[in-house]
Structure formats: C-alpha cells, structure tokens
Ligand binder design. Structure first.
Ligand code: NDP
Length: 420
C-alpha cells in the first residue's frame, strides 16, 4: 500500500488514474496534480461516486517549474511520481524527483517544446550528426540521469505506455521464452477506429502531429537509416481489423531496443493512417499550421501547432463516437535451437468496450493501462533497481500477466504473415 502522485489529467491520465483507483491494495492514496485543477477535481468526484477505496486528493501544478514540483512532492510525500503530462515536462519532473529522492515513471521520452531555441538546437544538431536521425525526441536527455538516479538510490522507469511500453515488454518476453536470438523486429501499430470527424488525433494533437510529420527512420546493422516522412508504405491484414495501409515512422523504442536486445539486426516501426488523415496533415503542414516556433499574430506571439490544438477535437472527447478496434504488436524473427522462426505478439482492443468501462477511447486506454501496470510493479517492489531503465530491462513475466488481468490481453501467433 502506498501513495502515488500523478501529474497530468488528460486522456491517458484519466484511464491510468481510474485503473489505479480500482487497485487500492497498491494505490491506497492517489494525488492528482495538473495545470488545470478543475479537471483533477472532476475526476476525483467521478472516482468517489464510483466508490473507490483509495483516498484521492488534487493539486494544481505547473510542471515546467522545478521549484513548484519540489514543493508539491514535499507536501504530498509520494512513493512514486507518475508523469502523464507531456514529454516537454520529463526533465523538470525528473529533476524534482532527484531532489526529493522519489521514483519516477513516464510513457514518452523527452521532447523540447521550443525547437527553435538556439541552446537546445545546438545540442540537437550535434546529436543528429552523431546518431543519424533528425526526430526531435531521443533518449540521450533522460539516459544522462542514469548515474545521478543510481547514486540517489532511486529508479526511473521510462516509457511504460503501449508503444513504447507494451511493445518493449513483448520484445523482452519473446527473447525470454521463444528465441535464443532475435534478429528482426517489426512493430505494427494499427488503429482501425473511426470517430466520424474529418480530422482529429487520438492523443495530444501537438505531440502526435510532430511525430507523424517528421522523417521516418529504422535501425539496421548497427546504424540508423533515415527516410522522408511517409516514404515507406506497406499493406498488412490485421486480425479483427482487416487490411490497412501502414507507414514507417521513427519511434523511440527502436532506440532502446537496439541497445537492449542483443544481436538484433533490424527494428522498424509502422503505423496505420487513412488517406484522409494524410491529406489533412499535408495541407496543414503546407500552410504552416504544424510550426512549433512562435509567430506574431495581432501583436502577440502564438505557436501555430498550439493554436491548431485548440481547434481540433479534444482526444479525451472522442470516446463516445469512436467505433472499431486497435491492433498493436510486434513480429519477431530470430533463431531458436539453430532454427529460424517468427512469432507475432499483439493485443486487440475495442474502442467501444473501453468507453463502456472507463469513458475513454482505445488509444488513451492502451496507454493508460500500461502506465498503471508499470507504476504498480514499481510500487509493489516487483521491478526495483536504482538508476534509469527502459521497461524491456526488467523481467517481462509479471507485466505480461498484469496485461491479461487489467484489460489488455495478448495473443501469440506462431505462424504470422511477415512484412516485406
Ligand atoms: P493530453 O493533452 O490529453 O493531457 C496532458 C495533460 O498534461 C493535461 O492534463 C495538461 O493540462 C497537462 N499538462 C500539460 N502541460 C502541463 C504543465 N506544464 N504542468 C502541469 N500539467 C500540464 O495528453 P495525453 O493524455 O493524450 O498524453 C499524455 C502523455 O502520454 C503524453 O506524454 C503522450 O506523449 C503520452 N502517450 C504515450 C503513448 C505510448 O504508447 N507510450 C501513446 C499516447 C500518448 P491541461 O489540462 O491544463 O492542458
């Protein structure tokens, strides 16, 4: 039994918090803190009306400010801080956890909010040269905390959403139980859901649009191969969803899996998109609406992508209108006892079932449930080491069991169709 501080109260957080509140044997006290406190209060009311056994409190915090975070952590005295705000806040929250010696958990790696900031840009450009990919996000910022977290005797668990998160645990599980060595990993993220809007994103629009409009890249033979956005397209027939177009993207778990899966030769990440989504995105990009740097408008600065976010449907509001299923998983090819083999581990999640259970669509659900599972394993002391770790660095078995128990059952297909 213990106390968790959860920062952020958006789509993903609302799922994770509701799941934690149903598991009071681990999360006996939950403090929800976010920028807009009224959202935290509304969720507290919902949880209490549903009869949670956990004690729920709420606070307001600006997670861009380390001193505010330190004061909050000192006041709440949690065992663990679960960061479900935005990737922009990863480092400030890690700094506060270090100062207070409290474990840290998140679902997405650090990304700078202002990509035109000259100080950040100098580091970014050097990193692009060294690593060979130009995505705005990478693990170097958070891995740089390894020694400091180890010395403080605390733990950071990075990336416990679905992808990264469950896909990384699937990789550790495949290696532990099915292979002597894994050579190829294809991560396939398929959303077969339909929300009925001409254009909307399923999680934070700013983060989502930055990710999918960037260059793609994959890991092959020890180095990165970069592609133009949406340059590589494949078609795949997904169980319970059907045939979909999917495109190769850069994704953060490729970076950590390349380090943590010994002998891996190639890792690729594909996500499905419909033609209408891609046409809208290209048009928004062409007119400058995806820009992440401030521009002057009627005497004040605005960031176009933030303004666009204000116009688009709130992902948290898509639940009642989204129908269909997601299918997310990994195809592994490698060797066992000298023979080559392939397996496909995946989860299928139904948007309407998620809505019935928690009032959310499946993208928030498939991220919020693994966030709760990661936090539970750390709180219960099942996953516990001092330092900074990605999820595939731990024993996958308790996590895989928890996925079945808490709403994300998975299957292993031992004869999958492969991606060309
Ligand atoms: P939302 O935009 O719905 O929610 C973000 C929340 O963070 C909001 O409550 C927002 O407050 C709060 N917040 C933002 N800035 C601050 C700040 N400075 N201080 C305090 N609170 C702040 O995002 P999602 O729920 O869709 O996404 C949450 C996280 O999950 C993101 O990091 C995203 O990248 C990650 N994610 C990970 C996935 C995975 O599979 N690994 C998949 C999908 C998402 P306010 O309400 O005031 O705006």
């Amino acid at each position: 039994m213990g106390k968790i501080l959860i920062i952020g109260c958006g789509g993903v957080a609302s799922v994770a918090i509701q799941k934690c509140a149903k598991c009071a044997e681990t999360f006996s006290e939950i403090c929800i803190a976010s920028r807009t406190k009224s959202k935290c209060d509304a969720l507290k009311e919902k949880l209490e009306a549903a009869g949670t056994q956990a004690v729920i409190t709420t606070e307001s915090v600006d997670a861009d400010k380390v001193d505010e975070l330190i004061a909050l952590i000192q006041k709440v005295q949690p065992q663990v801080v679960l960061n479900l705000a935005l990737p922009y806040q990863d480092l400030t929250i890690m700094d506060a956890c270090l100062a207070c010696k409290v474990d840290y958990i998140d679902t997405a790696n650090y990304e700078a909010e202002d990509t035109e900031d000259p100080e950040w840009r100098a580091i970014y450009e050097k990193r692009c040269e060294e690593k060979g990919f130009t995505a705005y996000f990478d693990y170097s910022w958070q891995w740089a905390y390894k020694e400091r977290f180890a010395q403080a005797g605390i733990m950071a668990l990075l990336g416990t959403g679905f992808d990264p998160g469950v896909t990384s645990v699937f990789s550790a599980y495949a290696l532990k139980h099915y292979f002597d060595e894994i050579h190829y990993i294809d991560i396939l993220d398929c959303n077969g859901g339909d929300h009925g809007y001409p254009f909307a994103t399923n999680f934070n629009p700013e983060i989502n649009l930055r990710e999918v409009s960037a260059n793609g890249s994959y890991w092959e033979d020890g180095h990165w191969v970069e592609t133009k956005p949406m340059e590589i397209k494949r078609v795949y027939n997904f169980d319970q969803v059907g045939e979909k177009d999917m495109y190769l993207l850069h994704h953060e778990e490729i970076e950590s899996l390349a380090q943590n899966i010994p002998g891996v030769k190639r890792i690729r990440f594909f996500m499905t998109f419909g033609q209408s989504y891609l046409t809208h995105m290209k048009c928004l990009e062409n007119v400058g609406m995806l820009r992440t740097d401030p521009v002057m408008f009627e005497g004040r600065e605005i960031v176009p992508i933030q303004f666009l976010k204000a116009l688009l449907p709130d992902p948290a509001s898509l639940g009642p209108r989204t129908v269909g299923k997601t299918n997310i998983g990994c195809i592994f090819t490698g060797v066992k006892d000298g023979k080559e083999k392939s397996i496909y581990i995946y989860n299928v999640c139904d948007h309407q079932e998620c809505y019935k259970e928690l009032g959310s669509q499946a993208i928030s659900y498939t991220t919020g449930v693994p966030a709760m599972i990661g936090a539970k394993l750390v709180m219960d002391g099942v996953w516990k080491k001092a330092g900074v770790f990605n999820v595939e660095e731990f024993d996958p078995d308790p996590y895989m069991e928890a996925l079945n128990q808490y709403g994300l059952p998975w299957v292993v297909d031992e004869n999958p169709a492969l991606v060309e």
